[in-house]
Design a protein around this ligand. Structure first.
Ligand code: SF4
Length: 391
């Protein structure tokens, strides 16, 4: 793929203003990877220079039963599995307190999709805890963690209704739901989302729209290499951009690469190639010049520094306490090594809250209590005070 004059002109334009869908499709199809990466890096240097952020977190694996089945997933467990997680309040609090001791600021609550709709075991567990839905229990646990430790909750429980998200608005500074892909084709027979109705792009988009109506800061993103075409990848990024243009509430966009795992339906599928993934990261920055773009460092342990070159400005949550329960095969690198890599690329690593500074300060957080908890640990820029972690 040699750069022709028209592509060079398009790349130069992209540094200054957002590309159209047609232009993005052209770049994805025809532009050399080095040129895409260089352009994405220039855009990030213009819009988000100097600092790369991360969130110091604990991962609370509240319940890993799930009503859906995605053929790449190892997070979901069945009753009887030795790694089944159904956490009671004391377990939740113990993790949050351990995080507090190591100056974590985020309590990430993760669950499968509506386990109570499929499993009697989940219904009876919730009933014992005094609840009829997972969201109700998350609401109670968010309150517990917030009030006892001051860690700020961020929940990723799959698709949610507007009413459910409103239930979490007083305790969660942000929510997460991956779009993964806007392609309904991937729900077809033999495709990864055939048995995952919650992964229907319409359902995920509805969740993101409802969050926008509530003005809840949202984390979303795409999963790269699960069978989408390059055009579908570009379309997924445009769906996210358009949601943000309409509601202004997408606080970060995660670009995550598919890696096949043993004992899953996609165990024999090829991983996203490192070049295709690098192109996806660069395209995310080119399509969304002003937004926060994140790549988790643990999924690409030896080469994650290159994603700084390709335009990212965030590493996502990193935990000094808990493992990544969604990708337990990929331990997080130490924060010291992430710092070294970041500084090696001429940037400073700074800790942020699970709500980005511009959303914290931009009127998205309406709860006085949440604002107060955040103010105890942030500086004038809305990042975690530099002294806080080492105090
Ligand atoms: S919805 Fe989430 S937890 Fe459930 S199977 Fe799919 S990826 Fe796994």
């Amino acid at each position: 793929m040699l750069a022709n004059p028209a592509l060079v002109e398009l790349l130069n334009r992209a540094v200054e203003k957002p590309v159209s869908r047609a232009e993005a499709l052209q770049l994805m199809a025809k532009c050399a990877t080095d040129s895409l990466v260089a352009t994405a890096g220039k855009i990030r240097d213009r819009t988000r220079p100097d600092v790369v952020t991360y969130s110091r977190k604990v991962f609370i694996n509240l319940v890993n039963l799930c009503r859906d089945t995605c053929t790449y997933c190892t997070y979901k467990k069945e009753p009887g599995d030795s790694l089944l997680s159904m956490m009671g309040p004391q377990q939740v609090l113990a993790i949050a307190e351990a995080g507090k001791k190591l100056r974590c600021t985020e309590a990430l609550f993760v669950t499968g999709e509506r386990p109570e709709q499929k499993y009697e075991r989940a219904r009876s567990w919730l009933s014992t805890l005094g609840h009829s839905s997972t969201i109700e229990y998350i609401q109670e646990m968010s309150e517990l963690v917030l009030s006892k430790t001051g860690l700020l909750p961020h929940t990723n429980a799959g698709s949610m209704t507007k009413k459910e998200m409103a239930m979490l608005q007083d305790t969660n500074v942000s929510l997460g739901v991956m779009l993964e892909t806007s392609s309904e084709r991937l729900m077809g027979k033999g495709m990864p989302h055939e048995d995952a109705p919650s992964k229907n792009p319409k359902v995920r988009i509805k969740t993101l729209e409802s969050a926008g109506e509530l003005r809840m800061p949202m984390t979303t993103g795409i999963l790269v290499g699960i069978g989408e075409t390059p055009d579908e990848l570009v379309d997924s990024l445009f769906v996210i951009r358009q949601l943000h243009e309409k509601y202004g509430h997408i606080q970060e966009v995660i670009i995550q690469n598919f890696a096949p795992k043993p004992d899953t339906g996609m165990a024999q599928a090829p991983p996203a190639s490192s070049e295709y993934f690098l192109r996806a990261v660069a395209m995310a920055r080119i399509i969304m010049p002003e937004m926060n773009v994140q790549v988790p460092p643990n999924l690409n342990p030896d080469i994650f520094g290159r994603y700084i070159d390709a335009g990212i400005n965030d590493w996502g949550g990193i935990s000094p306490v808990t493992i990544d329960h969604v990708n337990p095969e990929f331990p997080w690198p130490s924060i010291a090594s992430v710092q070294k890599t970041t500084e090696g690329r001429g940037r400073r690593l700074r800790a942020r809250l699970p709500v980005y500074p511009e959303f914290l300060k931009g009127g998205f957080i309406t709860s006085d209590r949440l604002k107060q908890y955040a103010s105890l640990i942030t500086d004038d820029f809305g990042l975690v005070r530099e002294g806080y972690i080492n105090d």
